[in-house]
Design a protein around this ligand. Sequence first.
Ligand code: ADP
Ligand code: TPW
Ligand code: MG
Length: 586
Amino acid sequence: MSAAVPSTEPTQSVDNLTDGFHLLIDALKINGVKTIYNVPGIPITDLGRYAQAQGLRVLSFRHEQHAGYAAAAAGFLTKKPGICMTVSAPGFLNGLTALAHATTNCWPMILISGSSEREIVDLQRGDYEEMDQLAIARPHCKAAYRILHAEDIGLGVARAIRAALTGRPGGVYLDIPGQLLGQVMDAVEGQKSLIEVVDPNPASVPSPEAISRAVDVLKSAKKPLIILGKGAAYAQADDKVRELVETLGFPYLPMSMAKGLLPDTHPQCASAARSLVLKESDCVFLIGARLNWLLQHGQGKSWGEKGSKKFVQIDIEPTEMDSNQKISAPLIGDIESCATALLDAIGSNWQKPPEEWTGAVSSKVKANVEKMAPRLRNNNSPMDYQGSLGVMKELIAQNPDVVLVNEGANALDQARSIIDIHKPRKRLDVGTWGIMGIGMGSAVAAAVETGNQVLAIEGDSAFGFCGMEVETICRYNLPVCIVIMNNNGIYRGDGTNWSGGEDPSTTVFVKGARYDLMMQAFGGEGVTVNNPDELRQAIQAAFDSRKPTLINAVIAEDAGKESGNIGNLNPSSVVAQARYPQAKKI
Ligand code: ADP
Ligand code: TPW
Ligand code: MG
């Protein structure tokens, strides 16, 4: 028999009762949830108010996608599921992109959406915001659940938390029909129905055979390389990862969001010799990184001769092995357990790789860093990417706790290679999908979850996907400094309309746009800067004041490249090339 009674039944006193609203809030609270990223509306407006009244921090956004991106980033930063809350159908769909993004990035997140009445939705009778949300969510996340009865809220929340965190982390959808929130039940029974999830992310220890196999492969390497991925940053096993990398003595490449796990200035960091190490290495040890498109699937010209390498891989997800290349020594387990077991196995007399290899990598790094240095010190006006990002590289070195948020094409690729990151989880960007629009949600989450200053380096197009959230940043008075790399367009600002007609090219925006005025509209600081010195001063002022700030940095229209570093992924045809000779000039 159901313990829940409809809320319409008259009751003498409500003192001994609880309801769906409060059970959901209590279930989140006993599981350590502190923050909800939300957009209010029917049926969850009061849920947000009550959650705030009950001591949760509820941050309201202007669009669900950004609340969702904030929850996704919070999941990465905290190793706990970030919570996003939305209304039904359109709000749910707006949040779903972020849930799919979290899942693709292997980050824990829970999207809680209000939904319409099942009886009406399932007969397609045309309810307010009617949509079969559970079915739509399912293919885009790791798990999807619906709660129908107040006494099942504890169970539903526990299942969502465990599914988000266990094994390879990911996004979970939790469907909350509006009626559920109003159901009332006995308060003591309700309290008893809540579940505090025990050990949702258990250690996963690799077998001794797997460890000795891996040690054998690593030992036999003459030109080994480590690739650190964002899974290693997520794992929060920072000391163990560093100890492993330093004990092995291999050169390493950090993937974008693994930058800073060891400082980018570390003597073993091979970022500035990327082409050399990818091509020449004979053994690649992947730690929390997939051999997906971001690593050209471990094949092709950049990876040198076919079959020239052996792969060793640590991953929590068994099916990741052999997904692109043969993995000679798979280590299935969590990074902390795998690193600990490896360190134990290799003991204290590990032979570091030959100096011939490490020396060649270090010389290449040194030469490339020296070649780049003067370009980063130019004071051109309008600015190019090197001059402007050179300033930001210095400021991040002086303020290593600042969380860098970064999106765009050239604005992303150039910042990623120029700006060193010095501490773990201090860089948030477009992730595995390369999504534009993650910037403001990520910036809010970074400020809220860490309390640190945030520097968001945004392409002007990228910013356009999420720009309205500057109001959110001002409303909560967050220490976020946004730098718009304003080159008047997508990739470049100098595109023309090849029909000769009056409409602007498809890739260009209003010339000389004043993004700084958007920030002023909401009471934040807004300023336009034209050269690196002005840029330095403006960012320093933002860091000193911790006020919401937007700096409109004027970048030369022709400074960027089509699609940044991944122009090769654009499809092309001989027909099109013959028809549009202008295409060659890009
Ligand atoms: P990058 O884009 O930085 O190369 P990916 O997102 O491709 O990184 O890879 C991250 C990998 O890390 C995923 O395959 C995921 O299963 C794995 N992972 C996540 N958390 C852990 C963990 N705690 N221990 C081991 N592997 C993990
Ligand atoms: C959700 C496609 C990739 S990069 C980019 C777009 C539109 C913008 C590049 O211009 P920006 O940077 O930001 O001004 P810059 O410095 O090169 O000028 N929609 C989504 N995601 C992606 N990736 C795109 C479109 C894209
Ligand atoms: Mg641009």
